[in-house]
Structures are given as C-alpha cells and as structure tokens.
Design a protein around this ligand. Structure first.
Ligand code: KG4
Length: 340
C-alpha cells in the first residue's frame, strides 16, 4: 500500500500545502502574502491573519489538484518550527484538527530539515538526481546560514552556522538600506548580473572553524554607501549594479570559503545547497564551478523548491513517518531552532 502524505507549511509568509505519494509529488500549492511588501519586511500579526484566511482553501486546492480525498491520506506532516510563532500556530492547529478528524497520525517537521531534503521530492518527468549519504548541505535562508552534514534523511549534524545574521538577512537588510526594495535577495541578484563584482571591496569576517558571520559585511556596506553618498548624492544610483555585484560576490566568497573547508575536513564530495538564498544565480554558478574544480558532485534544488513550500515538509515528514515517528496532539510550535 502506498503512503499519501499531506504536508503543511506556515512558518513565515507563505501558506502552503502539498500532497506526495511514496515521495512522488502530486500537488504543491503556495499562497504568498503580498501584504508585507509595503512594509519592507514580514509583519508577524498580518502573516498569522493571512495564514488563517488561506489555510483551508490552500489545503482543499492541494487535495483537489492531487486527485486525492482527505480520507485517502496516510499522515499529515506539518512545520513545527523554527519560524514566526503566530504563523506556525495556524499550520500546527490546522494539522492537529484535521489529523484528529481523520484519525490519522501527525508528523512534525523541522522547517530547516525540509529545506535540506527539498531535492528528494520526486516529480514525474524529471530525472531523479539525489545526493548519496553522507553529504554536505549549505543551508542558506532568511533565518539561517548553516553547513549541515546529512547522514540520512532523519539524521543531521550542524558543522557550522552563523553567529549573528543569516545571509538572506544580509541581502534583505542591505537592499532596504540601499533603497532597492524587499525581498532584497532577488533584487540584488538581478542587479548584480549587470555589474562588475571586482569594483568594490567589503570587509570579510575572520571567524574560526566552520561558523559564519554576516553582520560585519553589512556594516561595511552601510559605511561605504554613507561615505560615498556624502561625496556624491548620485553615487548609489550611478553605481548600484557594481555595488550589488561586489556585495553579492563578498557574501558568496564568505559562504564558499567555509563550504570548501568543510568538504576538506570531512572528505565529503557530495555537496548540496538549499533554502531561499540557494536561488541566487551567483551562488549556484560558484557551487558548480568549485564542484568542477574540486571533483565534487553538486546538487542544486529546482527554483520552485528553494523558497518555502509544503512539498519539502511532506517529503521530510514522510521519512520521519517511515522511521516510525509520530507526533502527539499536545505538540506546540517552537519559534527558535534551539527549542527544537
Ligand atoms: O528560505 P526562505 O524562503 O525563507 C526562510 O528564511 O525560511 O528564504 C528567504 C530568503 C530571503 O532573505 C530572500 O531575500 C532570499 O531568501 N532570496 C535570495 C534570492 N531569492 C530569495 N537571496 C539571494 N538571491 C536570490 N535570488
């Protein structure tokens, strides 16, 4: 008999539901919340309210696109955390209510493990290319920057992580500071493609081991733009492509230095990336380039699986389900990774 898993994701500003059968994707519906754009960042209260409005239609649509009735479901996988607590509460409470009504098991999923396993979602007509275990995953999003050793679909060891800002946060905050808009990653990525990455230099951190830091480079950009603008108020407008290209290259250099170090230390040559920032074209190109040079096998997620989606929650939940894990109705969401 096959396992049909409903995945529910509501950790930030995307309400998503997906259905997979034995790891094959049947549907993946995402309702993104445009309401935050005007505020230059996610407003937690508005996100929770939008999730509450979206969750029922999004789940109904996912079941209908999958051609599956609620009564066919084997289990419900949901994001328990980390994320915004009010947002997580909507998905968690909905999963509990539906699980209780259908009398089927619940499986909680760590959102970050979902990002890491996004490449394991199988799709009809798409060749199955998956890393073998153990592999290293550079997990880069708006909330985290980590190098994770993945020993199996349910065993993860964090080798290094940011001690301050996440790399996505550096993209977003710097974009806002330069007046370019939100979310900053895709905007800087696009402008960087037209710029000269060697034109400006920004400070790189010196952090021991495999940990990251992105607050220094952010400050370095802030002071640079402030000083140049004092000399020429048009500076930003005239040079934004070169600034974005140079800034993006600095962030990618920082990420890659530690990834190369981790690969050398562990001897692992299976290298994947995941999370929202893994959509960055400069990072994708660099990972492939380093891979060719160093004899790595590299795995880049499909663009649609780089940002928050429930397909990755469903696949991660399925592996936990297969491992016999079940979540009780007394489960509560957690906002921080440390609480997981
Ligand atoms: O994984 P994600 O959707 O949300 C979580 O943080 O969980 O990641 C969102 C982050 C944002 O910081 C956004 O600016 C960044 O991913 N991002 C990008 C790109 N697309 C999204 N950063 C750099 N280049 C991109 N093309």
């Amino acid at each position: 008999m096959s396992d049909i898993i409903l995945g529910i994701e509501s950790s930030c500003d995307d309400t998503s539901a997906a259905v997979i059968r034995d790891g094959w994707l049947l549907s993946n519906v995402i309702a993104s919340q445009e309401v935050h754009r005007a505020f230059g960042g996610v407003v937690p209260e508005l996100a929770s309210r939008a999730h509450e409005q979206n969750i029922v239609p999004v789940v109904s649509e996912a079941l209908s696109r999958a051609g599956v009735a609620a009564s066919d479901l084997t289990a419900i996988a949901f994001t328990r955390g980390p994320g915004l607590l009010g947002s997580l509460l909507v998905g968690t409470s909905f999963a509990k209510a539906l699980g209780l009504a259908l009398d089927i098991p619940l499986v909680m999923v760590n959102h970050l493990q979902g990002h890491i396993l996004a490449g394991f979602v199988k799709e009809e007509g798409v060749p199955v290319v998956q890393p073998s275990f153990p592999y290293l995953c550079l997990l880069v999003s708006g909330g985290n920057s980590q190098i994770v050793r993945v020993d199996s679909p349910t065993e993860f060891v964090i080798l290094g992580q940011t001690i301050d800002d996440a790399v996505g946060e550096a993209f977003d905050k710097c974009s806002k500071m330069m007046g370019l808009g939100y979310p900053g990653g895709p905007i800087i990525d696009k402008l960087a493609a037209q710029g000269d990455a060697s034109r400006f230099k920004f400070a790189k951190p010196h952090i021991p081991g495999l940990d990251y830091s992105f607050s220094g480079v952010k400050t370095s950009l802030l002071y640079f733009v402030r000083d140049e603008m004092a000399r020429d108020p048009e500076f930003m407008e005239k040079n934004k492509a070169d600034i974005c290209a140079s800034f993006q290259k600095t962030l990618i250099d920082i990420l890659m230095d530690k990834l190369v170090k981790a690969a050398k230390q562990t001897g692992i040559r299976e290298i994947a990336i995941g999370g929202g920032v893994s959509a960055n074209s400069g990072l994708r190109a660099r990972v492939q380039e380093e891979g060719r040079r160093r004899g790595w096998k590299t795995y880049l997620p499909a663009f649609k699986f780089t940002t928050d989606n429930a397909a990755m929650i469903a696949i991660a939940g399925w592996y936990h389900y297969l491992a016999g894990e079940r979540t009780g109705l007394d489960v509560a969401p957690v906002s921080r990774m440390a609480d997981f």
